[in-house]
Design a protein around this ligand. Structure first.
Ligand code: HEC
Ligand code: HEC
Ligand code: HEC
Ligand code: HEC
Ligand code: HEC
Length: 442
């Protein structure tokens, strides 16, 4: 058995995402392994800097995006390093096929650890201009099934592009199809687990609920020239905000926070259903209804096993004394579930974070170990009702103040502590919705 064959088998046994062992290569779309010579060269692609002078808006927006962050992301690097050491580098390329497709397909990102600063700008850029604008076909709507045709022609959605002396331009219908995004945004492991399923969620429900595609919500339109001196057109913002924020020194962080906050606040509608009055000494029951009516997919989505979306609920009496609460944080800023280092358990907690499970049903934080996913995220179109209740102490007088907030953060602190990323704490918490209800006592 040749060494590469042995490695492919190892990878399959570990249930990893495909690493290019599947022979699905085409002349312009080569997988990366160490026997097939790399068919794509770094020099086939231009760095984003070379687009900047004529496309300054697109450049600026992209430079502060998670696409520009994909390889520089310290969380990505930390998780990859854990996987690498656990599996003797069997994970190589498995991550970069989406996080830096040029680095992976050219073979610049080799087996073993690498130093980002030593890579070419095209690889460091993660998902840069010339990667997206040379995609000419999708051969699988998952696991980076993109076909790249680098060269003079930059493909896009403008039907009558003006000529320029740097590149040729060509309209391609793919640049307004959700499959373009789904090719990288869906990750199916070798054992068939749909670990990241944004496109599938959209296709199986989100499209019908909203009638919108990825671009309609993630690439806001505005009027302006597509290139310096060109005609005014309808342009598409390339900052492509989602739910996550750059946590290192990175361009346009305040703008990103603003964009992410706006998007998160648009995602769900929240309704608090509570009685107008309650008798002191008796049970107060109330409900919170969350409706996913304005996203094209589950909330949270993407990497739902990292994202926390939870309800903070506080009831105070008229003097401001807390009578009931759920969704608070412990001294480590963790939610008070089984991940808390402290004994108290918040049994009423609503947290829509998914959990990855190994084949033996034990939880894991490692994507490459996952065999199942329990995913309580809210589906497109779904209304989730969460029930709360407690006994109002006898003798309580005046109005009770019920305060509810729907909160989001892209990672729980325990994950960062586990990855020795404590220096990136605290993780910003964004409020998606809030409401206050007064309940009389009698
Ligand atoms: C010398 C200036 C110049 C440079 C440098 C430049 N472009 Fe362009 N580009 C243009 C012009 C002009 C247009 C046409 C704009 C229009 O018609 O509104 C254009 C159009 C485009 C389009 C739209 C194509 C379509 O049909 O939808 C894409 C995509 C594009 N450029 C990508 C790039 C990328 C990627 C780079 C860097 C590798 C780059 N450009 C560098 C001038 C330039
Ligand atoms: C109707 C609007 C809408 C459509 C259509 C839509 N999204 Fe979203 N998307 C949102 C909103 C709102 C959020 C923020 C809430 C959340 O995190 O789910 C979001 C969040 C995301 C996130 C971050 C998720 C997380 O929780 O970390 C990704 C990634 C994403 N969308 C990708 C896509 C892709 C890919 C498509 C097309 C297949 C798509 N979206 C279609 C509105 C939309
Ligand atoms: C993640 C993929 C992706 C990346 C990265 C990306 N683009 Fe685009 N770009 C698109 C898509 C998709 C469209 C078309 C959107 C539509 O029509 O709905 C587009 C449209 C354009 C257009 C046409 C005008 C417009 O705004 O619709 C230009 C010019 C362009 N991009 C240039 C660039 C440059 C320059 C960069 C890097 C600084 C870049 N793009 C990075 C996906 C990408
Ligand atoms: C070549 C693969 C690739 C393509 C194509 C691609 N993406 Fe991404 N995208 C990624 C990766 C990888 C990340 C995560 C980077 C990180 O955080 O480390 C990402 C991040 C994002 C985020 C931020 C997620 C968050 O939690 O905030 C959004 C939103 C997004 N992409 C939307 C899109 C849309 C819309 C399209 C289609 C126009 C698209 N992407 C096309 C690979 C891709
Ligand atoms: C199929 C393409 C694909 C593959 C393969 C892939 N990722 Fe990702 N990854 C993504 C996309 C897309 C996102 C953004 C999802 C979101 O934010 O909602 C992402 C997000 C992440 C995040 C969260 C980043 C953040 O800051 O929020 C980490 C960490 C990560 N990936 C690590 C890895 C590692 C390690 C591997 C290899 C074991 C890997 N990924 C393989 C597409 C991929």
């Amino acid at each position: 058995m040749s060494p590469i064959r042995a490695r492919c088998l190892l990878v399959i046994c570990l249930g990893l995402v495909g690493t290019g062992c599947d022979n699905s290569s085409t002349p312009t779309d080569n997988g990366n392994n160490d026997t097939t010579p790399a068919l794509l060269q770094i020099s086939d692609f231009s760095p984003a800097d070379s687009c900047r002078s004529c496309h300054p808006n697109h450049y600026n927006e992209w430079s502060g995006s998670m696409h520009a962050y994909a390889l520089k992301d310290p969380v990505f690097a930390a998780v990859r390093a854990v996987g690498q050491s656990a599996y003797a580098f069997a994970l190589d390329g498995a991550c970069e096929k989406c996080h830096s497709p040029i680095g992976q397909r050219s073979g610049e990102i080799k087996w073993g650890p690498y130093n980002i600063a030593d890579l070419s700008p095209q690889s460091q850029e993660g998902i840069g201009c010339d990667l997206c604008h040379t995609i000419t076909a999708i051969n699988s709507i998952s696991n980076a099934g993109i076909v790249l045709s680098p060269g003079d022609i930059k493909y896009g959605s403008i039907k009558d592009p003006a000529a320029n002396n740097f590149h040729e331009s060509e309209f391609h219908p793919l640049y307004h199809e959700s499959a373009f995004c789904g090719a990288c945004h869906d990750l199916i492991t070798d054992n068939g687990l749909e670990l990241e399923a944004v496109y599938r969620e959209w296709q199986q429900g989100g499209l019908a609920v909203t009638g919108k595609n990825c671009f309609d919500c993630h690439m806001e339109t505005y009027q302006g020239p597509a290139a310096t001196g060109g005609p005014v057109r309808t342009l598409h913002r390339h900052s492509m905000e989602g739910a996550d924020l750059a946590l290192i020194d990175f361009p346009f962080k305040p703008e990103q926070l603003q964009g992410v906050t706006k998007l998160l606040r648009s995602a769900l509608s929240m309704q608090v259903v509570a009685p107008a009055a309650v008798v002191a000494g008796e049970q107060l029951n109330f409900q919170i209804k969350l409706t996913n009516d304005n996203t094209g997919h589950n909330v949270p989505t993407g990497v739902p096993f990292n994202r926390q979306m939870w309800l903070s609920v506080i009831v105070q009496n008229q003097a401001g004394t807390e009578l009931y609460s759920s969704g608070g944080l412990d001294a480590n800023d963790d939610l008070m579930d089984e991940h808390s280092a402290f004994p108290f358990r918040d049994t009423a907690l609503f947290n829509a974070q998914a959990t990855m499970l190994r084949a033996d049903s034990t939880p894991t934080g490692a994507t490459w170990e996952a065999a199942y996913l329990t995913n309580p995220s809210i589906r497109a179109g779904e209304t989730r009702t969460i029930d709360y209740g407690f006994v109002v102490p006898s003798g309580t007088i005046g109005n009770l103040n019920l305060r509810v907030a729907l909160l989001f953060r892209s990672f729980p602190p325990y994950v960062f502590r586990g990855l020795a990323l404590d220096s990136l704490l605290p993780i910003p918490i964004i409020s998606m919705a809030e409401d206050t209800v007064l309940i009389a006592t009698n």
